[in-house]
Ligand binder design. Sequence first.
Ligand code: UD1
Length: 417
Amino acid sequence: MSKLIVNGGKRLSGRLKLQGAKNSVLPVLAATILCNNACEIHNCPSLSDVETSLKILSHLGALCTKEEDVVTVNPENIDSFEIPDSLMREMRSSIVFLGAILGRMKRAVISSPGGCELGPRPIDLHLLSLEKLGAIIREDHGFLYCEAPNGLKGTEINLSFPSVGATENIILAAATAEGKTVIHNAAKEPEVSDLADFLNSAGAKICGSGSDTIEIHGVKQLHGVNHTIIPDRIAAATYMAAAAITGGEIELENVMPSHLISVLSVFKEAGCTVLVDGKKISLRAASQLSRVPTVRTIVYPGFPTDAGPILIAMLSHAKGTSVFVENIFENRYKYTEELKRLGAKIKTEGKVAVIEGVEKFSAANCECTDLRGGAALVIAALAAEGETKISKIEHILRGYDDIAGNLRKLGADIKVV
Ligand code: UD1
């Protein structure tokens, strides 16, 4: 089992090119299933979740290659409609393959993704929506058997919550369905728009992505396409917090600043100087970070739930007390127990976390409980005196492309052992 060893206390400084977005590349890889010839995906990060997605595509019959940050998927010979249980368990977001497999094969068998480290993550909205499009779904002994014997047919869908994954699954299923589908109360996250952009360049007719009403006019078939994945806004927040907590500075290249407005305002409130220049963001830390007004996680364009742990780690080292309210996931604060080992003072109750800034962190052994919680530990460890050992880093490797190498480029003393 790999561990991260961090010798904290080094001021970070330098420039980084940001990775492509994990939450974009996974649905885009699923979307290649709907195309009838090869697709080339650029700016594809090297992540274990990407490897799992490629294993799923290969299992279905696609030919996949990855060279540097370019993934090629040739889906011509896809002939299977089942995702093995072992691959479903590796990655909860493999649920997004359901809409694409149903769209192409008119049937799909997957195991139910179940709960995860952030608490219960139901898929009722995914299933109800696919049923509205004409799928017949049966759950049996942890497996989902889905069929659309008469094909999928366009319809109106009102989501009771603007779920990112459900919106993506509907778009995937509706892209080649018969007729028009309208999604009301759709998710507006940039990763949903990236998926729609990929599909539109492949010949789909999707409009309104980025707004809460998305219209999909089903087309008969989609062709292969070259597509570049958008930058990862959560990785951007992570590297900025790493620089800020060490009193350092960073210039990030290949960023989409408009995707980060709610996050940048928290960095500014904490006293950092943030400058935006086209696709670059530079951040210079305050000599002393300060508390911020209450932060509430909410759907895009509000403050993203995935950036919560990262900013909570940073604010644990600020002057004064900050409050976070987590409105998206029920059980997102597990990692705070591990942050406390490094000296953080955080109290949580239900949705609320009260973060009392401390002057010093000190090294400790700690364990990742989930992807972004793991990133929070890395950020705190960079500011802790002494050697911190972080275990269960497989969580971190799901979402960060060479986090240790990138932080070393900025001057951190960090290695994977
Ligand atoms: C995606 C992101 C994840 C991010 C989240 C919120 C990917 C791979 N993951 O996850 O990193 O934290 O968006 O921005 O893109 N819900 C239901 N029923 C459903 C679906 C969701 O009740 O059928 C609830 C969930 O329990 C949760 C909320 O809706 O409380 C948000 O979930 P959703 O937007 O679907 O997140 P994901 O797509 O799972």
